[in-house]
Design a protein around this ligand. Sequence first.
Ligand SMILES: Nc1ncnc2c1ncn2[C@@H]1O[C@H](COP(=O)(O)OP(=O)(O)OP(=O)(O)O)[C@@H](O)[C@H]1O
Ligand SMILES: [Mg+2]
Length: 259
Amino acid sequence: MTQPVNEPFVWEKYRQGRSVEAVGVVIRSLNKSFGDNLVLRDLNLEVTPGETLVILGKSGTGKSVLLRHIIGLMKPDSGAVTVGEIDVEDQEFRKKHTLAIVFQSAALFNSLSVGDNVALYLREHRIYGEEEIRDVVRETLTVVGLEGKEDVMPSELSGGMKKRVAIARALAMSPELILYDEPTGELDPMMTHTIGDEILKLRKRFVVTQIVVTHDVYLAFYVADRIAVLDEGSIIEIGAPEKLRRSTNSITRDFLRSL
Ligand SMILES: Nc1ncnc2c1ncn2[C@@H]1O[C@H](COP(=O)(O)OP(=O)(O)OP(=O)(O)O)[C@@H](O)[C@H]1O
Ligand SMILES: [Mg+2]
């Protein structure tokens, strides 16, 4: 059964009283080294509330390190990240904002069913009762095209389906910001397209800011409102896809060659 378009998504109803606004992200002069490996150097970036921003960079340029700073999992040597105007290192941050991350590996719990994977955060945080959790799980799985797969185990899923479960799990948290780390890594071009469609769908349907880090130039141009090119630890260029297509920067041109 498909959710009627004009019917509020179940967690939008339950989210009453909590923030329903997408948040912006401001990164100021971020520096991070591991020993003598300077990974992020004086990185500045602003993400507008509600946009889907893609950070495009070659392998090893620091995309995952940057994402870890945005969710406060890694501490910068200097500089700061604010999400919704609160420093991510501030104690208050977790109480005020909900961020979700779709990890590079999907990171599902193999001993839990698809439904239990999606419900995990909601149960841990006792956000809803069991009946409501069932509704949220059903609806989020429907959004990603996996309706009725609650009882399937992760080992029975393809790589692309696992990524979609990871997206459903992120969505179930009713986050203001979703971060994706290489969402199409190891997927074939058809599945890349499907995951791209999920990201576009979320952008259209929900009040959410999305940051996607990838080296997949096709995905970048497919989903982005804006693309930021990361190279040698800094953002070297940022703009709408049509602007980047006309770029004269040699790194950006290298990416465009593979389109
Ligand atoms: N915990 C860590 N300790 C030491 N060095 C690290 C750590 N995490 C990352 N690095 C280094 O930081 C650099 C950037 O790594 P990162 O994982 O962010 O790259 P990436 O752009 O995500 O690459 P990929 O596209 O392959 O996922 C690499 O040189 C890596 O070795
Ligand atoms: Mg990475």
